[in-house]
Design a binder for this molecule. Structure first.
Ligand SMILES: [Zn+2]
Length: 395
């Protein structure tokens, strides 16, 4: 029996499945076909929720005596944009100059292809791992992430599954394989402020109440002072105003309403709840500031809506897990990886509620871009790193 020991062959198979979220595209079937010969039991639950499209997911488990390691990732990919812009077709897995081209090459079919190859090599050389291995693979990471990892974890935990540690195979390296492990992630909250004013003639501002004036003061209060200066493990919390909307085309009319939206990426100084309270405090205080509203007697009237479920901040402190991964990277690449909490959120935000989780995969430079591609040498390198990690972690 031939096991899937070649990461490039595994990746080519996966790239050729056009699994743009929420389409399965054959990718989970292809993965199942790789895992079954290694003895994995594979289940593919489909999750639904009103207002979203159904998404198929995969949970595979190889049971053994000992600790339980989870590898997590996604087979869905972002859209390709205009196919004509690609040097090589996005679902063809063509190789040129030592690189394989295709959507998902690094984000993150490549990571899955390498982990599967590492497992196959481990089994060929040492037999089944001295413990359990499971793959938690969603088809809903690049989409709304509602019918994906969160539900898959709940579903598996309800069946009695529990895990000792998890590795997410997202592309964590900014420039070269081995640059960076993610050991935590910042949290994220988003909100929209609407200021209610009174419409009127631009030449008679005292008869109106221009909501833009108050909105400027409210936005200023969110931007200054800084929320914090960062912590040992995290960069400073940052707020970005992402849009300001009035939609007024007339130059002689004071509008009735003005809105602004913002997103905050926050560190472990805060929880989503304490930060939301801080935002409310700042806005309430700023609403009473009448410097820009000389004709007003009353605090500005506004409301604030939190526009998405908060992503919570987390930091992993499992020394054994971090040391095994970091040591494997150093052994293969010759350099120590940085332990980072930078960047956006990932599905690790769901996993952290079940077990310690770290993230390490390929080089992210071309993710979500036209001509997404991966060096074949990186595929081999990451496979060697995962292989060594499996040997160390189960030792
Ligand atoms: Zn990804």
């Amino acid at each position: 029996m031939t096991l899937p020991i070649d990461p490039a062959a595994n990746l080519a198979t996966l790239i050729r499945c056009p699994s743009v979220t929420p389409a399965e595209g054959g990718a989970l079937s292809a993965l199942q076909a790789m895992l079954a010969p290694m003895g994995f039991g594979v289940e593919r639950p489909i999750f639904s929720e009103a207002g979203t499209l159904d998404v198929e997911n995969l949970y595979a488990r190889l049971s053994g005596n000992g600790p339980h390691l989870m590898f997590a990732g996604h087979t869905d990919v972002v859209p390709v944009g205009d196919e004509a812009d690609w040097t090589h077709p996005p679902f063809a897995a063509e190789i040129a100059n030592g690189e394989m081209f295709g959507r998902g090459a690094v984000d993150m079919k490549g990571g899955i292809a390498c982990f599967v190859a590492a497992l196959a090599r481990h089994i060929e050389q040492h037999g089944a791992p001295k413990g359990s291995v499971s793959l938690l693979i969603t088809g809903d990471e690049e989409g709304p992430s509602i019918n994906g990892s969160g539900k898959l974890l709940e579903w598996a935990a309800a069946k009695g599954e529990n895990w000792d540690a998890a590795v997410v195979g997202e592309p964590t390296n900014p420039n070269a394989l081995g640059d960076m492990i993610k050991i935590g992630r910042r949290g994220s909250i988003s909100g929209t402020i609407t200021v209610h004013g009174r419409q009127g003639h631009a030449a008679y501002p005292h008869l109106a109440d221009n909501p833009v004036r108050a909105l400027v003061t409210l936005c200023d209060a969110l931007l200054d002072p800084a929320f914090d200066e960062g912590t040992t493990d995290f960069q400073a919390t940052n707020l970005e105003i992402t849009t300001v909307d009035v939609g007024n085309r007339a130059t002689n009319v004071i509008p009735a309403r003005a809105t602004a939206s913002f997103n905050i990426r926050f560190n472990d100084t805060w929880t989503a709840e304490t930060l939301q309270a801080e935002v409310h405090n700042r806005l309430d205080r700023a609403a009473e500031d009448l410097r820009l509203r000389p004709h007003a007697q009353e605090p500005a009237s506004f409301d604030l809506i939190w526009t998405e479920r908060p992503s919570h901040v987390f930091l992993t402190r499992d020394e054994k897990l971090i040391a095994a991964l970091s040591g494997s990277i150093e052994a293969v690449t010759g350099a120590k990886p940085a332990l980072s909490t930078s960047g956006g959120t990932s599905d690790a935000r769901f996993i952290k509620d079940y077990c310690p989780v770290v993230e390490f995969g390929l080089v992210g430079k071309t993710m979500h871009m036209v001509d997404e591609r991966v060096a074949l040498s990186d595929l081999e390198g990451l496979t060697k790193i995962y292989e060594r990690f499996l040997a160390d972690w189960f030792a």
